[in-house]
Design a protein around this ligand. Structure first.
Ligand SMILES: [Zn+2]
Length: 476
């Protein structure tokens, strides 16, 4: 799209700049990979968290808060898990002047903090299922280039849910519920996604299998925005989480865990953005409506008076509204609020005033709509709903256009190079998946889920009968 050149062609620079100028984060904190949430960004973050919490609470998850520090002996119990995280852990070695007997890890994730407690909490089948979650910060010593909201050393907004079940079937059912919750969550954020089962060589450390949600940045890289893991009995055996069955015998529980981080907020900013800046879905926008009076000679006082009345009315209707009376030119105000992604602007100039109306301007389309003064309180919430619906539709349209079904490795390379995601027929053999990663400049996201299996197609590598779609892209 022509008007979207910088957002698309220079996305990385656009993103770093908009995060700072739209006052989401202060990016100049003097520790690499750590950033400061600013008031406007923090409001956005809190709206996103409350939507997620609501979905979790509604499905019987209960919120907990575990300590940040995990003793080394507990942390190192699960061998696979520690192999996956060892290179990323920050260690606390001293308390004051004293060297600690047991080093303490800053949690990179909380399995090893929680599951020893699970073994105390879970005694019988009546204690199951156990479904908890927390929203906390986690630390990972990231060695690649860091990026606000995307690649961090302190992930400040890590929602991790952990569940325990009596049977493998219950755990499978929980995986499906988690997927449903995440679908609803990203649908509310108007963020499109593709769901894949991660390949065996890219499964969460200690999991039986991992499922991931990915969305697409304007530069053609995918961003992993949510993960769901089936842990089987891998952790419950190590941490001895057992329950007594009805017949008096004991069995280890079956576990799942699933996480979402502030990458969901990064997705919100990148997916809906344009050259000007952010465009936020009304449910999450810190400010949903901004009112800008356009003063004109002797009607300045009555215009501002009417604007104040509209402000009060919309506030009473429960909207997050701002009245901009600053001594700035209207054009400067428009730009200021557009960058910050406010979904709807209400202008009131002399012509509007003479006609007893306002002009509403949509951030997503730029469309200008006249609304009679006496209908503002009913029409504005309607407009916000329309904005949400069309933002969701447009984001999905753009997303689908860039998922290309492809029949050969060469075409796949081409598609990825042109900022697309490729899906290719695959025999399911690990060797073929790894060979694709070697031959194209992307990574395998995994086997596409919730789609029809390929019919009469051959694997792009070995030409055997294909029974899966493999999704391949450049990734963040
Ligand atoms: Zn093959």
């Amino acid at each position: 799209m022509v008007g979207r050149s910088r957002w698309q062609n220079n996305f990385s620079e656009w993103f770093n700049e908009i995060v700072q100028v739209a006052e989401i984060m202060e990016t100049r904190y003097p520790v690499k990979g750590l950033y400061v949430w600013l008031p406007y960004g923090l409001k956005l973050r809190n709206h996103v968290i409350s939507a997620l919490k609501e979905l979790l609470e509604r499905t019987g998850h209960r919120e907990v808060l575990f300590p940040l520090l995990i003793p080394e002996n507990l942390f190192k119990k699960e061998a696979e898990h520690i192999r996956g995280f060892e290179g990323q852990v920050y260690w606390v070695t001293h308390g004051g002047h004293d060297r600690l007997d047991i080093r303490l890890a800053l949690r990179p994730t909380s399995e090893t903090a929680m599951y020893p407690m699970f073994s105390l909490w879970i005694q019988s089948h009546a204690d199951l299922p156990l479904k908890i979650y927390q929203v906390v910060n986690v630390f990972r010593y990231e060695t690649k280039m860091t990026k606000p909201l995307i690649r961090l050393r302190e992930v400040t907004t890590f929602k991790e849910a952990h569940t325990a079940h009596a049977t493998a079937e219950d755990a499978e059912r929980q995986i499906r519920e988690a997927i449903q919750i995440y679908k609803q969550f990203f649908d509310r954020l108007c963020i499109p996604y593709i769901i894949t089962k991660r390949p065996s060589w890219d499964t969460f450390a200690g999991a039986v299998y991992s499922i991931a949600f990915d969305t697409l940045a304007p530069d053609g890289r995918t961003l992993q925005i949510g993960t769901v893991h089936n842990l089987g009995q891998n952790f419950s055996r190590v941490y001895d989480v057992q329950y007594e069955r009805v017949d008096g015998s004991y069995e280890h529980v079956y576990q799942t865990c699933y996480g979402i981080s502030e990458r969901a907020i990064a997705a919100l900013i990148m997916v809906h953005g344009d050259d000007i800046g952010m465009c936020l879905p009304p449910e999450f926008a810190p400010i949903q409506v901004v009112i800008v009076p356009i003063p004109y000679k002797d009607v300045q006082a009555p215009i501002e008076q009417t604007c104040t009345e509209i402000y009060e009315r919309l506030k009473q209707a429960g909207l997050r509204v701002e009245l901009d009376l600053r001594d700035l030119r209207p054009g400067n105000k428009y730009y200021y609020w557009e960058r910050r992604g406010v979904p709807l602007r209400i202008e009131l100039g002399p012509t509007d005033h003479a006609n007893q109306r306002v002009t509403a301007v949509r951030r997503d389309t730029g469309e200008r709509i006249h609304v009679p003064l006496d209908r503002v309180a009913e029409r504005v919430p309607q407009l916000l709903r329309e904005i949400e619906t069309s933002m969701r539709r447009r984001a999905w349209e753009e997303f689908r256009k860039r998922i290309k079904t492809i029949a050969s490795v060469d075409e796949l390379q081409n598609a990825i190079h042109n900022r697309n995601v490729g899906r290719v027929p695959w025999c399911g053999n690990e060797k073929c998946g790894l060979e694709i990663e070697e031959r194209v400049e992307g990574s395998v996201l995994g086997e596409e889920l919730f789609t029809e299996a390929p019919k009469n197609r051959s694997c792009v590598v070995c030409f055997q009968q294909a029974n899966k779609w493999l999704v391949v892209a450049r990734t963040y």
